[in-house]
Write a new protein. Structure first.
Lengths: 889, 168
């Protein structure tokens, strides 16, 4: 028999027995909404599934039954014993049809128009149609309204065509899978009268036997399996001990039996393991067909992509997510994707894509279901939320798009315009969420209107088996999930790889990238010796791990092999140790902790970057062809990170607090034979009272100044984009550096703070030279402005030449102009040309700033009136050229 | 899996200590010279010295974890938990394994004694002057012939959240 069909039968007969019980309960408590929605869901699931399997007769009955239940749920109808009888009758019919299906692998001929008519009548009017009298009239009525699938001959035909294929293929296997003969004979009798499609439900239908397909599989309590597995692990350990004892005794009489024991144990172990683990592909197996049928029915072209089908999943978990998954794929295909004309209209390829992607990540299994369809319509969700009384208009006003999208997870919420046989009744997403949360998972939703939606299901791995790398650190062994291990590097002083240090922070050069390192011993607090660092320098094993898009190295003492481990949750009292994702028992019987690379990454101060953000980040990096800048990121006074262009920092020092002296109330230290004033990030900054204080040393010719900070965080190469300009003294603005909002400090401000007397005297002595700086890159403006201020110039920085022309027209005067060449709008050459004969600015020397310094550029520059030409990155040359130029005037 | 014991809030446990019947059975254990009792029905196993895996960053009272026939058991150093000094001799000690809400814990003690049936009329409430930490973990006292038997409240002993609050 077709796998899908037999699975459907097993599943449905289970649902049906639940239904019977629930319906009777409902009759007793007609107002219990829980029972009602449970019944509704069960019927809905049956209907949905048979729709996809191409069982129109079953579907029609279930659909009509569901209609009635839907009305009852919405309070339009009330539960009365005759109503329940009617619904039960439809359930009986479903049972009968299922029995037939099991026998013949096809639905019996005929239809259930009478029953459907009565169900519909009840749904429409709330009264039960009188027994046999009505059917004739109702038969015509029924196909017309709520059961469109009965009328649409073409579509029906398509479904039939689709289903016929499978029984044929399955034919040769049929004898093996056929139910026992006894069951068959029992079934034949009731089947015959039923084929006449009588107006009433015949009595035999109600007696349809327990599905014999269902009897081929047994449901076993998971706890029992768990116990079995425990016993088997023990058996394995005992076997290993025995093997150890016999090893080395070649002629032992135990050798042969022991070998057999060993084989059997291994087989047993594998068998028990298999009972629990299944690739997620099993749950996906019926999806291609569902999607295909759906595509036919809805006149869509759908490409279903399935990635990571072999990701293993605990059976129990798999069972629980199977239905939600089917539901969501169905939703994506039905609501998400547009039909062919719709897609053409918006310029998308005709074929829509639904992608399923499953993978392990940091102790979780992630399943993504994404489509490139129309995305969620926010307006419609808002409208629906208001109609359903879930939120008021003003509440919606204050909600973000993300929050509004969450409404689709509420019960009874569907934005599909019409109720189809496929979906749109508002069961669905709430069921999906309930089921997933039941197993401790989460559902996330991302949707961009017009571009599609992505659902991300995250399920904890608590029961899953993973392959893990066993390492040793500080005399203890730990497991690192293989999934997050990229590679292993052995570092030693005389090999290709060696650990280097920036300010005591170990890093590793790996294929032209600098990899941050953490020492496992240290973060686990196993580091008892002070001089452990020296040991690390000589030789170390580095596990290169990846979390999201962030990769880092973990320094360990030893690396053993990889082992398949069963992740077991840690005891409740240890749950808050974020560095561990669980523990496990190794083959030799010892307990070890499983490290959570996510937790380690968090611990090292790196905010975990989700996969999607990583993609965005990458896209950003690709999009901006701009130069990256090395920024020194540090913390000082408070938690926020600050940054300064690395080029401005002369050195990083650690100053012993004891060596800080005070002169005239200001702190300073003796540094390289001179006195270096120390400044703080702000007035309220508190220095440490003992120990060493990291300091950024800024140097300008003979003068040095130290900016005292709390901690040097990192050196980051990033495209610098100052996004917010701060009015606060000492800040250039804020920028996103390495994904985090970072304050950019104005080094010039602090230099003035340190040398106010020096600048002061100069200011008294003579007017500062005024310099106009024009550069379209905010980075260069920010880099050069403080530098030039330090050099004693008063700098006005502008974005483009047009602004400069405005200043000129306002009558501003400068001693020198520094201009970029490549700029949007008026470029440097044009600008210089425009100034050449200007009465106000004509005499002002202009220094060109460009990354191209070829001879013909020089020539052209001189022709248009540039007095000098400096390469963009040569800041010393710029200052000296400036001084030289100004002194010649 | 979760038995009803776990559902009884710990502060009611003292009252819930089932004193019906003429006698009560306890597994006894020594820590130093003090005799402790654990209700016999909560005890799963009594173990000799075990290989224990240290758990970095765990509370100091957690000695580590061990493998008991395929189940992972968290070992609790009862001495530390009761605020006692570490043992001076090299004797490896013994452990009593208890089930708490489906999880197994191994309580490390110096020595495990016999199972005692004590008459219920020998029961006394904790003296008010008892050390606060001990009062927290004790369900009451039984007067024995020559010794006093302190009944350990396993639920509280293993409730580390409360302990954190207490420590702060």
């Amino acid at each position: 028999m077709d796998d899908l069909l037999s699975e459907f039968l097993t599943e449905t007969s289970e649902s049906l027995s639940t239904l019977d019980v629930e319906l009777v309960k409902l009759e007793q408590n007609p107002n219990d909404p829980d029972i009602l929605s449970n019944i509704f869901r069960l019927v809905h699931t049956i209907k949905g599934t048979c729709g996809f399997l191409g069982l129109p007769r079953l579907e029609a009955v279930a659909h009509a039954g569901e209609n009635v239940l839907g009305k009852i749920r919405d309070g339009e109808l009330i539960v009365t014993p005759p109503a329940v009888t009617l619904v039960l009758e439809s359930i009986d019919t479903i049972k009968y049809l299922l029995g037939e299906l099991e026998q013949n692998e096809a639905e019996p001929d005929g239809n259930d128009a009478d029953l459907i008519a009565r169900l519909n009548h009840f749904a429409d009017t709330g009264t039960i149609m009188g027994g046999d009298a009505a059917p004739a009239a109702a038969v015509e009525e029924a196909p017309a309204d709520d059961a469109p699938e009965m009328t649409d001959d073409e579509r029906l035909q398509a479904i039939f065509d689709a289903t016929e294929v499978d029984p044929e293929v399955a034919e040769p296997e049929a004898p093996a899978a056929a139910p026992p003969a006894a069951a068959k004979s029992q079934e034949v009798a009731p089947a015959k009268p039923a084929k006449a499609a009588g107006p009433k439900a015949e009595a035999p239908r109600a007696e349809v036997k327990e599905s014999s397909v269902a009897a081929q599989t047994i449901r076993v309590n998971v706890e029992l399996l768990e116990n079995l597995m425990t016993l088997v692990s023990e058996l394995v350990l005992t076997r290993n001990q025995l093997l150890q004892m016999v090893r080395g005794k070649d002629d032992s009489e135990f050798t042969v039996p022991l070998q057999r024991l060993s084989h059997i144990t291994t087989d047993l172990q594998e068998g028990v393991m298999k009972t629990r683990m299944q690739p997620i592909g099993n749950a996906w197996a019926k999806l291609p067909r569902i999607v295909r049928d759906l595509a036919l029915e809805m006149n869509k072209k759908i490409d279903l992509q399935m990635i990571g089908a072999d990701t293993e999943l605990d059976r129990q978990v798999l069972e629980l997510i199977k239905d939600p998954l089917t539901h969501m794929v169905r939703n994506s295909a039905d609501h998400g994707l547009e039909d062919i004309p719709g897609r053409r209209e918006v310029g998308k390829p005709e074929t829509g894509t639904v992608t399923l992607n499953a993978y392990h990540e940091g102790g979780h299994i992630i399943i993504e279901i994404s489509d490139d369809g129309r995305g969620l319509n926010l307006e419609r969700i808002k409208a629906k939320a208001i109609t359903n009384g879930l939120a008021t208009e003003s509440e919606l006003e204050s909600m973000g798009d993300q929050q509004i999208q969450q409404f689709i997870f509420k019960a009874g919420f569907s934005t599909a315009e019409k109720v189809t046989s496929v979906s749109g009744r508002g069961v669905g997403m709430d069921v999906v969420r309930t089921n997933i949360e039941k197993i401790g998972g989460t559902v996330e939703l991302k949707s961009v209107e017009g571009r599609g939606s992505t659902f991300i299901i995250k399920i904890p791995l608590t029961l899953a088996i993973v392959s893990a790398l066993i390492v040793e650190s500080g005399g203890e062994r730990f497991a690192i999930p293989q999934i997050s291990v990229l590679e292993l590097v052995r570092a030693s002083n005389n090999s290709e790889h060696s650990i280097e240090r920036i300010h005591d922070t170990p890093v590793l050069r790996l294929r032209n990238r600098l990899l941050p390192l953490v020492t496992l011993k240290k973060i686990l607090g196993l580091d008892t010796t002070e001089e452990a660092d020296d040991g690390v320098d000589e030789e170390a094993f580095i596990v290169v791990a990846q979390v999201g898009t962030y990769s880092f190295g973990i320094i360990v003492d030893r690396v053993f092999d990889t082992e398949e481990i069963v992740v077991k949750p840690v005891a409740p009292i240890l749950r808050d140790l974020s560095l561990f994702s669980g523990n496990t028992i190794l083959g030799d019987g010892s307990v070890i902790m499983i490290l959570d690379p996510n937790g380690i990454a968090n611990r090292t101060g790196e905010i975990t970057v989700g996969d999607s953000q990583g993609v965005e980040g990458k896209a950003k990096a690709d999009a901006s062809d701009g130069e990256t800048t090395s920024m020194l990121v540090f913390r000082a006074g408070g938690n926020e990170v600050r940054a300064v262009p690395l080029a401005l920092v002369a050195r990083l020092e650690e100053i012993d607090v004891e060596n800080i002296e005070h002169s005239n109330g200001r702190p300073l230290v003796q540094y390289r034979g001179k006195l270096m004033p120390l400044v703080f990030i702000d007035g309220g900054y508190q220095m440490k009272t003992e120990g060493r204080q990291p300091t950024l040393v800024f140097q300008d010719r003979e003068r040095t100044m130290g900016l005292v900070v709390d901690e040097i965080v990192d050196i980051v190469d990033d495209v610098l984009n100052v996004e917010l300009t701060a009015d606060q003294d000492g800040l250039v603005g804020s920028a996103v550096i390495d994904g985090k909002a970072t304050d950019l400090i104005d080094a010039g401000y602090y230099l003035e703070l340190a040398f106010s007397d020096w600048f002061g005297t100069e200011e008294n002595g003579g007017e500062k030279k005024r310099v106009l700086l024009i550069d379209d890159s905010p980075f260069f403006r920010n880099l050069l402005t403080p530098m030039l201020s330090v050099a004693g110039f008063r700098v006005t920085a502008l974005e483009n030449a047009e602004q400069a022309m405005e200043l000129k027209n306002r009558g501003e005067v400068f001693d020198a102009i520094i201009s970029d060449i490549e700029m949007p709008g008026m470029n440097g050459f044009e600008f210089a040309e425009a100034l050449q004969n200007d009465e106000l600015w004509g005499e002002t020397p202009i220094i060109a700033l460009s990354s191209h310094t070829k001879d013909e550029d020089f020539e052209r520059g001189r022709q248009v009136g540039f007095s000098d030409y400096v390469a963009k990155f040569d800041r010393d040359a710029l200052v000296s050229t400036l001084i030289q130029t100004l002194s010649t005037i | 899996m979760s038995d009803n014991k776990a559902l009884v809030p710990s502060h009611e446990r003292g009252a819930a200590l089932d004193l019906r019947g003429d006698t009560k059975d306890f597994v006894t254990a020594y820590i130093g010279k003090q005799l402790f009792g654990i209700p016999v029905l909560t005890v799963q196993d009594v173990l000799g010295p075990q290989r224990i895996t240290r758990i970095p960053l765990a509370p100091p009272e957690v000695a580590g974890s061990l493998n008991l026939r395929g189940r992972i058991v968290t070992a609790i150093d009862v001495r530390k938990r009761l605020g006692l000094r570490d043992k001076e001799d090299e004797d490896p000690g013994m452990s009593i394994v208890v089930d708490q809400g489906g999880e197994l814990y191994s309580l490390m003690v110096d020595q495990v004694g016999e199972v005692l049936s004590v008459p219920r009329k020998a029961f006394e409430q904790n003296p008010a002057t008892l050390d606060a930490r001990w009062r927290e973990f004790s369900d009451g006292i039984f007067r024995l012939d020559k010794k006093l038997l302190v009944i350990l409240d396993v639920t509280r002993l293993l409730d580390f959240n409360a302990a954190v609050k207490q420590a702060v």
